[in-house]
Design a protein around this ligand. Structure first.
Ligand SMILES: [Cu+2]
Length: 170
């Protein structure tokens, strides 16, 4: 049932980027391949991460924007010490107009493009939380990329009304 709350959040929160950005340095990729194209940033970067609050034993969500570097990469998954496991998910529309979500093994990050993990789309799920995710906390996770390797990321935790995707008048 904790998952049900996240379900509501994922599927009914409007996808709007608020003006308030969490203070967050984009984590540089540790071993980005050398750039031959010389366009834009050569390294993959992460921006605007956030997680909604979630109870102990429940399931949390993790959202972030991934800006591709000079070479294509693939997000393979993530690790979080405070969860039993982390899964990479996508949402999809069923034949009868409903939406579901399912695990995927990798998410391509094309060179120079931004791929958003956001409610209602791709996301990471923190399953079996050993402690609650509390508003105001910051958790540290690591994202695993096929090329960039392990990239640490600090993620602020928000109450539903403070989420970057929060509805203004609900
Ligand atoms: Cu999911």
């Amino acid at each position: 049932m904790n998952h049900f709350l996240l379900y509501l959040l994922l599927f009914f929160a409007p996808i709007v980027l608020a003006g308030c950005q969490p203070e967050q340095e984009p984590a540089p990729a540790e071993s980005a391949p050398p750039s031959s194209a010389g366009t834009a940033s050569s390294e993959l970067t992460l921006a605007d991460p956030f997680s909604p609050i979630a109870p102990e034993g429940g399931t949390g969500g993790l959202f972030v924007q991934i800006h591709g570097g000079a070479s294509p990469d693939t997000l393979l998954g993530a690790q979080f010490d405070g969860a039993r496991r982390v899964e990479l998910h996508e949402t999809y529309a069923t034949d009868d107009g409903l939406r579901g979500m399912r695990q995927i093994n990798g998410l391509p990050i094309p060179a120079g493009e931004t791929v958003a993990l956001r409610p209602g789309s791709f996301h990471l799920m923190l399953m079996g939380l050993q402690a609650p995710l509390t508003a105001g906390d910051t958790i540290t996770v690591t994202l695993d990329f096929a090329q960039a390797g392990v990239v640490p990321l600090r993620v602020p935790v928000y109450a539903p009304e403070d989420l970057p995707t929060a509805h203004a008048n609900h």
